[in-house]
Structure formats: C-alpha cells, structure tokens
Design a binder for this molecule. Structure first.
Ligand code: MBD
Ligand code: FE
Length: 286
C-alpha cells in the first residue's frame, strides 16, 4: 500500500474540500456585499488582529511565522477545513437566533451534493466489508405545526468506523455512507447505517500543526451530518451526536448542542437504534 493511493493525507482531503467548496459557492462574491458592510466587518476583524498583536507584544519572527503558516493553509487547500472548524459555529449560532424547529449545527467541509436517492426505509451505501456497530436511525419529518412532511429529503453523510469520509479519503469508495433518504407518506424514515468514529483533524497539514503547536486537541465527537429539505420549508443543516461519546464536551469545532445528542440502545441483536424527529419551519418570504 502506497501512502498516496491508500492513506488519506491532509493535502488530498484539503484539495477535495476546496474543489467541492468552490463548486458550491461559485456564485458568491464579496463584490456583491455592500461596501459599508465589507468595511465594517473587515475593520472589526483587523482591529481584533491588531489588538492581539498589541496585547501579546507580537515580534517580527512571530508575524512572519504566522504569514508562512497562512500560506501553507492556502497551498494545502485547508481553508475550508480551518474556517469550518474554528469559525463556522459562530455564524451558525447567529443564524440560529432566527430559526424555529430542529436545532441546526455546522455544515462542515465534507458535504457532497447529488448522492443516491433512497427510499424511506433503506440502508446507506456501504462496502461489503464495512466495519462498525450497526446503527438504525428512525424518525419523522414534520412542519413546526406538527404536520408530517411526505417526500422530504433526509440527506445524511458520515465518517466510517475509522473516522474517514468518502470523497475525502482515497481508500473509501465514492458515495460510501452518504445518501438522500426520501420520507414516506407519513413523513417517516428508517436508515440502516453504522456507528461513525470520532473525527480527528488530519495532523500532517497546517490546521493540525496549529492545533498541536497551540497544545489543543484535534478531535470532534462522533457525529452524523444531516440536512433535511422539504418543498416550501426552510432547510435545516444539523448533526447528531452520541450520548456518552468521547469529545462531546470539548469538540474542537464547538458544534455540539444538547438537543442534538441521541442515545441509541442495543435492540438485543447487536444493532443500536435511536429515533430522531425533525421539524422544519416555513420558508421565509424572499
Ligand atoms: C468534520 O467531519 C467536520 O464535521 C467538521 C465540522 C470539520 C472537520 C471535519
Ligand atoms: Fe464531520
């Protein structure tokens, strides 16, 4: 097994995350943001940087080391990873203030659109020898008034039992442990998958190097990523976490909310089962 073909590298997964982000954000440009707003936000960010330099008496070697590190983040394609780990949660919390229904959480860098559409009761695509404890997530999608939403999409993506995502680790086949599950006439779904492992930020790249240099830890607790969409409703992007799991209280991405922790129970056959219902609010008027 060669390193380049088999083992995921930070640079490989970073390049994929950058490509995927560019595709999803192709139409977004700071030129479309009003100049007063750009000036206000960027001035505040720069004031924060200038304040840190002053408060911590930053030296020239430290300034140049920071510049070299920032260049490596770009070269390694790690801006999506860095931004989603250290910044996205604050944006999500801000947006959540005007959101009803199921709590959201961050999207992260590993969403890929256009996955297999699956019927309401299904198994996520997996390898013949997929490792990991069987996990079944069942539930219902409703509007905030309690009406079931038939034909809603529960788009799920997750790491495997080693903590790797398909599309971002060369040894995992495309589409593995990803799928768009369509709810039945009662708005229900039942998804057969496996328990994901906690996720570790890759340590051979600049984001991992920063975490190590600062003496922080690189872990996210085990999680399922889910986006729920239904016609006429505001989509929610969220994550589910597992009660008792490692790193729940110290997620490097600070994206855990207590309402999003499930506690699957063994059904006596070695399969762990949990339910979770999703509630979507009406699409806000444009
Ligand atoms: C992940 O799996 C993730 O969910 C986030 C937010 C950042 C890096 C990896
Ligand atoms: Fe993730």
């Amino acid at each position: 097994m060669t390193a380049t073909q088999q083992s995921p590298t930070a640079a490989g997964s970073g390049a994929n995350a950058s490509e995927s982000f560019k595709a999803s954000a192709a139409s977004l440009d700071i030129a479309d943001t009003p100049p007063e707003r750009v000036a206000a936000i960027v001035t505040a960010v720069l004031q924060g940087v200038h304040g840190a330099i002053k408060d911590h008496d930053v030296s020239y070697p430290e300034f140049q080391a920071a510049k070299a590190w920032l260049m490596r983040v770009g070269d390694g394609g790690e801006w999506p990873l860095f931004m989603d780990v250290f910044v996205e949660h604050a944006v999500e919390e801000q947006v959540a203030q005007s959101q009803q229904g199921t709590k959201g959480s961050i999207l992260g860098p590993y969403y890929l659109p256009g996955q297999a559409r699956l019927s309401s009761s299904c198994r996520l695509p997996r390898r013949d020898d997929e490792q990991g404890t069987p996990l079944v997530l069942a539930g219902q999608v409703r509007d905030v008034a309690g009406t079931p939403l038939a034909g809603a999409e529960v788009d799920l993506w997750q790491a495997d039992a080693d903590g790797y995502y398909s599309g971002f680790a060369p040894h995992v086949p495309d589409g593995n442990l990803r799928g768009v599950v369509v709810t039945n006439a009662e708005g229900r779904f039942e998804i057969d998958t496996i328990q994901p492992a906690p996720y570790q930020i890759p340590h051979d790249g600049p984001t991992g190097q920063l975490i190590e240099a600062a003496g922080w830890h690189p872990w996210r607790p085990a999680h399922l990523h889910i986006q729920v969409r239904a016609d006429g409703h505001r989509p929610i992007t969220t994550q589910l976490y597992f009660a008792g799991g490692e790193w729940l209280d110290s997620d490097v991405a600070e994206a855990v909310k207590p309402e999003l922790v499930i506690d699957p129970q063994d059904d006596g056959t070695g399969t762990r089962r949990s339910t979770y219902d999703f509630e979507l609010e009406p699409q806000p008027e444009a």
